[in-house]
Design a protein around this ligand. Structure first.
Ligand code: TYD
Length: 215
């Protein structure tokens, strides 16, 4: 099957199950003969992975929101140039676990930096790079944090700074993702993540079939 290369990002709060869904989707796309690159943020290139370590470990108030946003933008610029663009140019589909909407929601809305300020920083760092499709997995705060805590043992090196933010942070975050989806319905779709893995995966595939003319 020949398809134009696609850049698809996955967003949501803590414990929404993004990584499981991304892996399942990658296998399904590969079964359609599509070459897929799986990547993640913060990180996704060797230099950006170094910045990831700085961001995710340590005390909750380790960074000012502005410093966090600048580090994330620096990591993202590298990730885009050295990983995402080359993969798209080679005809692969890129599935990315979190992208710039996370900075809008975490640093801009929940972190209090302001959405416009984060947009301005991103504009300087990487211009208008835009996903073709953004899947937002939506889940209540209680369920999301319970799931995130239950997988804590599997996480490497205590990369849990953001999970330890307070409940109002996570409430603001959830609303911020819903607001992004409402503002850009042609790019974003919201999926109810309070469901079985199979059901959520089915919903994601249906959206791809419709929006990416995959069927
Ligand atoms: P990760 O362990 O990948 O968590 P998750 O499974 O929830 O994606 O950690 C990524 C963390 O980084 C997550 O808590 C959200 C945060 N983050 C930001 O605050 N801003 C960003 O721009 C990105 C990409 C992530």
């Amino acid at each position: 099957m020949t398809q134009a290369a696609r850049f698809i990002t996955f967003e949501g709060g803590e414990g929404a199950g993004k990584s499981t869904q991304i892996r399942l989707l990658a296998s399904w796309l590969e079964s359609h003969g599509i070459e897929v690159l799986l990547t993640r943020e913060p990180g996704g290139s060797p230099s950006a992975e170094l910045i990831r370590g700085l961001l995710l470990k340590g005390d909750v108030d380790k960074w000012l929101p502005i410093s966090e946003a600048l580090l994330l933008a620096a990591a993202r610029a590298d990730h885009i140039e050295r990983t995402i663009k080359p993969a798209l140019a080679a005809g692969k589909w890129v599935l990315c676990d979190r992208f710039y909407d996370s900075s809008i929601a975490y640093q801009g809305a929940a972190g209090g930096l302001g959405i416009q300020r984060v947009r301005d920083i991103q504009q300087i760092a990487f211009g208008n790079m835009r996903p073709d499709l953004t899947v937002i997995l939506d889940l209540s705060i209680e369920k999301g944090l319970a799931r995130a805590l239950s997988r804590e043992g599997a996480k490497s090196d205590m990369e849990d700074r953001f999970e330890r933010m307070d409940k109002s942070f996570h409430e603001t975050l959830r609303q911020a993702f819903l607001d992004i989806a409402a503002e850009e319905p042609e790019r974003c779709c919201v999926i109810d993540a309070d469901n079985t893995i199979e059901h959520i995966q089915h919903s994601i595939r249906s959206i791809l079939e419709k929006r990416c003319k995959l069927a």
